[in-house]
Ligand binder design. Structure first.
Ligand SMILES: *[C@@H]1O[C@H](CO)[C@@H](O)[C@H](O)[C@H]1NC(C)=O
Ligand SMILES: *[C@@H]1O[C@H](CO)[C@@H](O)[C@H](O)[C@H]1NC(C)=O
Ligand SMILES: *[C@@H]1O[C@H](CO)[C@@H](O)[C@H](O)[C@H]1NC(C)=O
Ligand SMILES: *[C@@H]1O[C@H](CO)[C@@H](O)[C@H](O)[C@H]1NC(C)=O
Length: 428
């Protein structure tokens, strides 16, 4: 089914389930975070699985201005990461280009009443009027969900933050920008450790930027980062404080027959994700998704074509800047299926075992609530069959960059511009 966010103008910029999938957070271009919560299964309709309803909405980041550099800092939320739940409250990290914030989201259904020094509206009382001491009491009230910023991790990034990743020790996290990666402790906001720095002494020698970074899901000393040259480096924080020397380097030699003016641009990696098992890493570049085995550095073990029909259109995709779009990719809970986005509100799924793939569409016209998604097909040249869409009529302004997969069920969230779609397996 589809769910509209309350705003029409705001483009969703990130989507993330919490570790059990009961909560789903989205961030948008306007700096807002909207959290959806799955309804409890109802006793009368046991076959109806819970839908996701808005649980909390709050403004995470505001537009700012860097007076020193005369630059505007956008409020757009680049990434959200949940922390595992430890008490009644939920914690998440959100980041824009420069500043990471730790938010606490908690429920309140009681209100203290009967303060001595202030009245019920919070105004201070005239001390001369206070003649007796009262004991404040808690009174029940309607459930309220509050979001409060607990920590602000600022002033550590000169370039734009593209990734944040929570370490499996749950005490630290990292934030990566174009040239550097910093390691933070959740408790300490005035200091971070620089663990990767690829900034050349002379910026004219710059040939490569960091595009994404992620911690290993189980080994707290290991992380990977990807680059605009299509390479992935695996680093071990035990080796040295500054991980400038990688311990593994994943790169596929380029097929010389495919070389073109666009080779370097389309090989830039826009997303990197460890599998839940920690054995594989998945990378997304402009035309493909690749799966790498941590034990094999010289080529990926699987390569999936996302939209190979665009290979002949790279020139116009360069002219309209689409070639620089940053598509993300996700695993399903058991690492057996991969999902990533494309244009025309299409998204793709690849089954690693059966090698079957499917193209689906997230659009209002085609997916009424509870409708079943029909596979779509793009045809290249020749005769167009019924139900097929020609490459030339794809809408490149409708792109699916951000998706998320429920950690243990076949439920997916797909962000299409300012609409969020949640699809689930058919229930009999
Ligand atoms: C995810 O959110 C739900 C709240 O609906 C909570 O019960 C659960 O503990 C959360 N999971 C984790 C691992 O934080
Ligand atoms: C950070 O703040 C703490 C507590 O205020 C202080 O003890 C510490 O010296 C500060 N560290 C730096 C690097 O400023
Ligand atoms: C070269 O291009 C063909 C399609 O034109 C594609 O199938 C193949 O995977 C490409 N090779 C590499 C190494 O990208
Ligand atoms: C992953 O996808 C496969 C194929 O659709 C499905 O059988 C399996 O249940 C999925 N796993 C999870 C945890 O969603």
């Amino acid at each position: 089914y589809t769910k509209d966010l309350d705003t029409k103008t705001d483009i969703i910029s990130t989507v993330e389930f919490n570790h059990t999938g009961e909560l789903l957070a989205t961030g948008d271009k306007g700096g807002r975070v909207v959290i959806f919560q799955r309804e409890q299964e109802s006793k009368n309709q046991p076959h109806r699985r819970g839908e996701y309803n808005v649980y909390s909405t709050f403004q995470s980041h505001e537009p700012e201005f860097d007076y020193l550099k005369s630059l505007e800092i956008e409020e757009k939320i680049n990434k959200i990461r949940w922390l595992p739940q430890q008490n009644a409250a939920y914690f998440l990290l959100s980041t824009n280009d420069k500043t990471v914030k730790l938010w606490k989201v908690s429920e309140r259904d009681k209100r203290p009443e009967g303060y001595n020094l202030k009245d019920e509206d919070g105004r201070l009382r005239d001390p001369s009027m206070i003649t007796m001491l009262r004991v404040p009491v808690l009174r029940p009230m309607d459930l309220m969900v509050e979001a409060t910023p607990r920590r602000v991790f600022a002033n550590a990034h000169t370039y734009h933050i593209n990734s944040i990743s929570v370490n499996s020790d749950y005490e630290t996290y990292m934030s990566a920008d174009d040239l550097r990666i910093n390691l933070w402790n959740f408790e300490i906001t005035n200091q971070s450790f620089n663990i990767v720095d690829i900034k050349p002494a002379n910026m004219e020698e710059l040939t490569e930027v960091i595009t994404a970074a992620e911690f290993h899901p189980h080994h707290c000393n290991t992380f990977v980062y990807s680059s605009s040259k299509g390479t992935i480096r695996l680093c071990d924080m035990r080796a040295s404080a500054l991980c400038d020397r990688h311990s593994k380097f994943f790169e596929e030699p380029e097929d010389p027959s495919n070389r073109s003016f666009f080779s370097e641009i389309i090989s830039s990696i826009s997303d990197v994700k460890f599998s839940h098992s920690g054995r594989y890493i998945m990378t997304r570049d402009y035309l493909t998704v690749k799966v790498w085995d941590l034990n094999m550095e010289n080529r990926p073990i699987e390569t999936y074509q996302v939209h190979d029909y665009l290979r002949s259109k790279l020139c116009s995709l360069y002219e309209n800047d689409c070639i620089f779009d940053k598509f993300e990719c996700v695993w399903n809970g058991s690492d057996s299926v991969i999902m990533t986005g494309s244009y025309n509100n299409f998204f793709r799924m690849f089954d690693r075992n059966t090698k079957r793939d499917v193209t689906l569409e997230a659009s209002r016209e085609n997916s009424k609530p509870r409708a079943i998604l029909k596979p779509r097909k793009v045809c290249v040249g020749g005769k167009r069959r019924k139900d097929e869409i020609s490459v030339d009529s794809l809408d490149f302004s409708k792109k699916i960059l951000h998706t998320a997969w429920h950690p243990s069920e076949n439920i997916i969230a797909v962000a299409a511009t300012n609409n969020l779609y949640i699809f689930q397996d058919k229930v009999n």
